[in-house]
Design a protein around this ligand. Structure first.
Ligand SMILES: [Ca+2]
Length: 440
């Protein structure tokens, strides 16, 4: 076909820049064999696509890997997660200095880094950021260490990266703070849908430390658990640093408290905090992770975190109110004991119907509600713990039908308009999801 070269020529003429796809992988057929070489030869706008494999000293890498402005370093296929392993180098894995958004590292397992250089270079086992605001997405940052702070990630000097859908676990800041993430000197990273677990800090902030001067991190829909520090097992907020923490689980960390504050007022709302914390709609209830021992921090079907997020903050992919934590519980696929309401939201002065599906057939079913939010209330007669604070029985007992369904209809008083209400159904030995609603 002679037409092909001219078509390619047209395509090249119409391409406004000379951005390249640079491939990295073992053996022939790739542009480079190492990420080190690819980065050295990349320019702003280039994508470096890394094939499955382990990239280490043994495979020819030189650590730290120095990120370049405007370069996207990512996996060649979403089906794989290449491993970048700096073990033996005694260096942090990535050096990120003077970078802006548009720079990206995504889709890797990043491990084996060790920050032990002079001054601030003893921070940031996997990522050392200095005035760098890149995107770090879909990465597993695990098993890195820092002599001082930021076992996984260190953000200093106006570094405000976005960490999205990352798992930051088993990292250690041996000297000071931020087992997972350390922020200092006007650094305000965004952490969204991240799991920060099993990290350890020598002193404070087992999960995250927001240290001095306006480190106003945005921490949204994250699960911070099983971290360890003397003060602030989950989070440390120091003088002048006031992170905004929304729809997060801060639970099961070891330390004097989950959130340590020193002359600052972090904005914490719609969070499940062990021991409680001031702020809008925070609660203190076992989040009911699927399996803590194996590191599965998904929610089980009876988690009080389901639909407990900020109702104005958007929806989960299943169309329900946001769940609290890094992972939402899919109520469409659960097949479990489920409570729903129609109309949604509930309307004052009208009838409302509450429906239960997938209950145990022919068994007595109850509907409870609270006007004061989520909580943890044991009901001895049913041997269940309701996820409601000071609940009152609204309906039942009503036997579920042969297909496990129950419906209750009732009129809503006109004067209920504007009330927030939380509802949950229960049978002996099991509870439904909690419905949160604001009566219109
Ligand atoms: Ca939800």
């Amino acid at each position: 076909m002679k037409i092909l070269p001219s078509l390619i020529g047209l395509f090249l003429l119409s391409t406004p820049s000379f951005a390249l796809d640079i491939t990295v992988g073992p053996g022939a057929g790739f542009d480079y064999g190492t990420i080190t070489e690819a980065l050295a030869n990349a320019s702003a706008g280039d994508d470096i696509l890394v094939a499955t494999g382990t990239y280490s000293l043994a495979s020819g890498e030189t650590f730290p890997l120095t990120m370049k402005n405007g370069v996207c370093l990512t996996r060649a296929s979403a089906a794989s997660t290449p491993i970048i392993d700096a073990s033996g180098s005694q260096k942090y894995v990535f050096s990120c200095r003077g970078l802006h958004m548009g720079t990206e590292v995504s889709g890797f397992t990043i491990t084996g880094g060790h920050a032990r250089g002079a001054g601030t270079h003893s921070n940031g086992g996997a990522f050392y950021l200095d005035n760098a605001s890149l995107m770090i997405a879909d990465c597993i940052i695990q098993g890195n260490t820092a002599v001082e702070s930021g076992g996984g990630v260190s953000c200093i000097n106006y570094s405000s990266p976005t960490l999205y859908q990352c798992t930051i676990r088993f990292n250690e800041a041996r000297g000071f703070g931020g087992g997972g993430v350390f922020c200092d000197q006007y650094s305000a990273p965004t952490l969204q849908n991240c799991v920060i677990s099993n990290n350890k800090a020598g002193y404070g902030g087992g999960g995250v430390m927001c240290y001095l001067y306006n480190c106003d991190a945005l921490i949204t829909q994250c699960t911070i658990t099983q971290n360890e520090a003397s003060e602030g097992g989950a989070l440390w907020c120091d003088y002048d640093s006031a992170p905004t923490v929304t729809n997060c689980i801060l639970w099961g960390n070891s330390g004097a408290q989950e959130i340590y504050t020193f002359f600052t007022t972090p904005r914490v709302s719609y969070c499940d905090v062990r021991g409680g914390f001031y702020g809008t709609a925070n609660f203190d209830a076992d989040p009911r992770f699927v399996d803590v021992a194996s590191g599965d921090f998904h929610l089980d079907a009876n988690s009080p975190c389901i639909d407990a997020g900020d109702p104005t903050g958007g929806q989960d992919p299943d169309g329900t109110v946001l769940d609290v934590g890094a992972f939402y519980f899919d109520q469409n696929q659960s097949g479990g004991f489920q409570l729903s309401v129609n109309p949604d939201p509930i309307a004052a002065g009208q009838f409302v119907t509450f429906s239960v599906a997938n209950a145990t057939p022919n068994r007595a079913t109850y509907l409870g509600y609270s006007l004061s939010g989520l909580g943890s209330t044991y009901v001895a007669a049913l041997q269940v713990t309701l996820g409601l604070n000071r609940p009152t029985q609204l309906a039942g007992p009503t036997a579920a039908d042969a297909s496990g369904q129950v419906m209750w209809s009732m009129s809503v008083p006109q004067q209920a308009a504007g009330l927030s209400i939380w509802l949950q159904a229960a049978q002996f030995g099991q509870v439904s999801n909690v419905l949160a609603n604001v009566i219109q």
